[in-house]
Design a protein around this ligand. Structure first.
Ligand code: GLY
Length: 372
């Protein structure tokens, strides 16, 4: 039997793609070497922060804004379809500055966000502390971003997988794909260790492991792992209401009192370790944002690998091998871009154009014979 669409990887990209396709009547088969959401997707803090994460006034900001809008609708749809509340909340966010140099960076960021039509407000330190009394005293100013949101990634993963399955997607867990099988420039299936599973179309959604998949014509190291360690602690009642970025990291408060402090960004390959240096870094972020957090009971530290790319943008779309598609490399924005990437890939699989996001995220910019 030849599968119509095979998806390799049941992280948030694989699940979102399966969900988008299943809604359109397709019956994709998702192959996962572990279980859905076993890797970075479930470790992610779930920050939906187009403005927080925008590093410069580039073309990806409108795409990220659109991605955030899609999450509100997706959360409602998933609640209705599965009964799972993914925890979507427009909690708002603050970026804080501890010195003049950081304050100037916020002034600059404020200017470009406002130019792009986003809501953002510069605050004096006293106004920021009036909003969030637990913030550090060592504060010279802040930027308020009222439209930034969050959700709980493990719940999103569960809901996407259940909803996709109910609509006809299938999941085969504990299945490791050894390589792609390509004949005459066209993908014909995947190698499951001596067994060929035939497919007309294959989507690679293997996160940090994507570039390692034999048969994919991507240049070496196009998608590489950046380790993130993140700490979970308990604060009852929550110390903060908004997401706060500062001190080289962030704090994400959940409404039930759990608080996440993150995250490291380390180029250490696939070393899956929680280190004392990582914990020290998170303690320093907590101290720099809300010192009372240092007294909160520590619950656990989690670790996984963000799939990073040389230009900071993901790869979502066709490759030059016919029938072969990729959705990976979303680095710090995988949860934010999940719904958008899933719908985009479903559009492309249906032969549609995909618009500006498709051009921005085109994987062929990194193929072995691409310039540069
Ligand atoms: N999205 C935040 C992070 O990757 O740490």
């Amino acid at each position: 039997m030849t599968e119509d669409v095979l998806i390799i990887g049941a992280g948030v990209m694989g699940c979102a793609t399966a969900h988008a396709l299943a809604k359109r009547g397709a019956t994709p088969l998702v192959l996962e070497r572990a279980v859905p959401g076993a890797e970075a997707s479930s470790v992610a803090a779930g920050i939906l922060g187009p403005a927080l994460e925008a590093e410069h006034d580039g073309p990806s900001l409108p795409v990220a804004q659109r991605a955030l809008e899609m999450h509100g609708a997706l959360a409602e749809e998933l609640l209705e379809a599965t009964g799972v509340d993914v925890g979507f909340r427009v909690s708002g966010a603050l970026m804080i500055a501890k010195d003049e140099r950081e304050r100037e960076a916020l002034v600059e960021k404020h200017a470009f966000l406002v130019r792009r039509g986003l809501r953002a407000e510069l605050l004096e330190a006293s106004d920021a502390r009036a909003l969030e009394p637990s913030l550090t005293d060592a504060l010279v100013g802040a930027l308020s971003l009222p439209d930034e949101a969050q959700l709980e990634p493990p719940r999103l993963l569960r809901a996407l997988a259940i909803a996709a399955e109910r609509r006809g997607a299938r999941f085969k867990t504990g299945t490791t794909v050894r390589g792609l099988v390509v004949r005459d420039g066209r993908v014909v299936g995947v190698d499951l260790g001596g067994e060929l599973l035939e497919a007309s179309r294959v989507v690679v959604a293997a996160g940090s492991w994507t570039s390692l998949l034999p048969g994919l014509e991507l240049r070496e190291d196009v998608i590489f792992p950046v380790r993130g360690q993140i700490a979970h602690c308990e604060t009852r009642a929550p110390l903060l209401r908004r997401i706060v970025f500062g001190a080289g990291g962030y704090v994400v408060p959940r409404p039930d009192g759990r608080t996440l402090v993150g995250a490291t960004a380390e180029r250490v390959g696939f070393r899956r370790e929680v280190t004392l240096a990582g914990l020290e870094r998170m303690a320093s972020i907590a101290r720099g944002i809300a010192p009372a957090l240092l007294e909160a009971p520590f619950v656990e530290a989690r670790v996984s690998f963000r799939p990073a790319t040389p230009d900071g943008l993901p790869l979502v779309g066709r490759t030059s091998i016919e029938g072969l598609f990729v959705t990976s490399g979303h680095y710090r924005n995988g949860i934010l871009l999940a719904a958008l990437s899933g719908e985009l890939l479903a559009d492309l699989l249906e032969g549609r154009d995909g618009g500006a996001a498709a051009r921005l995220f085109d994987p062929r910019r990194f193929e072995r014979d691409a310039l540069g």
